[in-house]
Design a protein around this ligand. Structure first.
Ligand SMILES: C[S@@+](CC[C@H](N)C(=O)[O-])C[C@H]1O[C@@H](n2cnc3c(N)ncnc32)[C@H](O)[C@@H]1O
Length: 290
């Protein structure tokens, strides 16, 4: 007997027969149904909807010793979540400030092709050992020097201006065992730009130029945060979202809630200082000329 099902496409509700559904979808059991003409990824509708929630909690596993030297590596589970949503198998992904090459590592694991650039040799060396993808050493601002094709997706996290330098005062344990608490004193490192406005403008300029390396209508995710310095908040994530929105279309700010960090008694009985336990994942799209 023919059955009728309700389906949702581009926000509209349709009634379809079971025969029709079999032609258009692949049943992936627990995962849900995969729409054969899905333009963006290899996910089912059920998985797509789950991703679209604007906040999420991740409790990443402890890092292994091989990558501990880097003071601000992002977790594999975060990259995996985004790569699975914004690409299909065999597509190309770029991280221009790649640190230990987490994007290349996850790209390889998920059957994508990773391209990465990192300025510091010590992190580049770690990244090269982690995967067999394309890894370039140098200043990402010299994009022309690297043989990188147009990619299907960019995911990256720049230095949060000079925030590591201030944190480093507290990171005595890392220092004692010889681990980095900041990237380097290299003047080409974005971390070493002295003034907030200069830092912001250079970062915006860099991402603006990256646009011609991203295929049309594809996405870029920047993992970034606002930062607290000398008693005030610098709205880096908001400034970047607003300024880059002139060149890309800003689609969302997803919030990674870090509920595994301990609360520290900051300013108690005196003045408000926040325990900042979240990070912004800004989602841009390379839409028509802006
Ligand atoms: C937040 S970390 C990225 C960490 C990386 N996602 C990982 O998982 O290891 C930012 C990186 O940008 C690099 N960087 C800063 N300025 C750069 C530049 N001009 N060119 C290339 N990389 C740069 C830093 O050395 C640092 O490793």
């Amino acid at each position: 007997m023919k059955q009728t099902y309700m389906t949702i496409k581009e926000g509209k509700i349709f009634l379809e027969t079971s025969e029709n559904i079999e032609k258009k979808y692949v049943d992936l059991g627990e995962r849900g149904r995969y729409y054969k003409k899905n333009k963006l990824n290899d996910l089912t509708g059920k998985e797509w909807i789950k991703f679209s929630k604007s906040w999420f909690i991740l409790r990443p596993k402890r890092r292994n010793d091989g990558v501990l030297l880097h003071p601000a590596k992002f977790p594999e589970s975060l990259v995996e979540k985004y790569i699975l949503f914004f690409t299909k198998k065999e597509e190309k992904i770029l991280d221009p400030m790649a640190g230990t090459g987490t994007v290349n590592y996850v790209s390889e694991k998920l059957g994508r092709i990773g391209y990465s650039i990192e300025l510091e040799k010590k992190y580049f060396d770690i990244g090269c050992k982690r995967s067999n993808q394309y890894f370039f050493l140098g200043d990402c601002r010299n994009l022309k020097n690297f043989k990188i094709p147009k990619v299907d997706y960019i995911i990256t996290s720049p230095p949060y201006w000079d925030s590591l330098k201030r944190n480093s005062l507290r990171q005595t344990k890392r220092k004692e065992i010889g681990l980095d608490t900041e990237y380097s004193s290299n003047s080409k490192n974005f971390e070493n730009i002295n003034n907030y406005k200069d830092f912001l403008n250079e970062l915006v300029d860099f991402y603006k130029n990256l646009k011609n390396r991203l295929k049309k209508d594809r996405y870029m995710t920047i993992i970034i945060n606002n930062l607290y310095k000398n008693g005030r908040l610098y709205p880096l994530a908001f400034d970047l979202a607003s300024k880059l929105g002139e060149y890309y279309t800003l689609k969302d700010e997803q919030i990674w809630c870090q509920d595994d960090k301990p609360l520290i008694p900051l300013g108690v009985n005196s003045a408000y200082v926040g325990n900042r336990h979240h990070i912004y994942c800004l989602v841009f799209r390379n839409e028509k000329e802006k």
